[in-house]
Design a protein around this ligand. Structure first.
Ligand code: MN3
Length: 197
């Protein structure tokens, strides 16, 4: 079964003005779609054909198959990222997410600062993540280019795409303004599911 571009979890204009429909025309309809198209082309007729996305990422990482890995991981990362965003969301979390963050970072502001610092200081293209590592510790990490926490035995809980293609239409080169807007869109219900899962 071929890999498929998932539908966005909300209408394309639902995140404006923090993330415009024009940004999604490019970031989702062109960039994310291209990763899926290239992934399907790369796996066709190979030992990767028929594997699910996570199996594909792990196998390609283990085998150093960059052509498959980069497109598979970017497909996963973007699908995950869209679910991290929602209209009428953001602000500080409540309930189990707040408890988990307070346990790991003391309070939400300290967590937000750690995640924002990772996003802003990340050199070049990549992703800021909140993850649970293989010993159960919750922490902020960064990955470069297409890399994703699944290759490190980490469970992703939240991510922010800091490739310039995520923000140049709405914020030109101003990554700090984009990350500030990201905090107004964070879908804590999705984070809660990932923490519970
Ligand atoms: Mn992107």
């Amino acid at each position: 079964m071929a890999h498929e571009l998932p539908a966005l979890p909300w209408p394309k204009d639902a995140l404006a003005p923090n993330m415009s429909s024009e940004t999604l025309d490019y970031h989702y309809d062109k960039h994310h779609r291209a990763y899926v198209t290239k992934l399907n082309a790369a796996v066709a007729g190979s030992a990767y054909e028929g594997l699910d996305l996570i199996e594909t990422i792990k196998k390609a990482h283990a085998e150093g198959n960059k052509g498959v890995f980069n497109n598979a991981a970017q497909h996963f990362n973007h699908s995950f990222f869209w679910n991290c965003l929602a209209p009428n969301a953001g602000g500080p979390p409540t309930g189990a997410v707040a408890e988990a963050i307070n346990k790991a970072y003391g309070n939400f502001d300290a967590f937000k600062l750690a995640f924002t610092t990772e996003a802003l200081n990340h050199f070049g293209s990549g992703w800021a993540w909140f993850v649970r590592d293989d010993s159960g510790i919750l922490k902020v990490v960064g990955t470069h280019d297409a890399d994703c926490p699944l290759t490190r035995g980490q469970t992703p809980l939240l991510t922010c795409d800091v490739w310039e293609h995520a923000y140049y239409i709405d914020y030109r080169n101003q990554r700090p303004a984009f990350v500030e807007a990201f905090w107004k869109l964070v879908n804590w219900d999705f984070v809660a599911k990932n923490i519970a899962g």
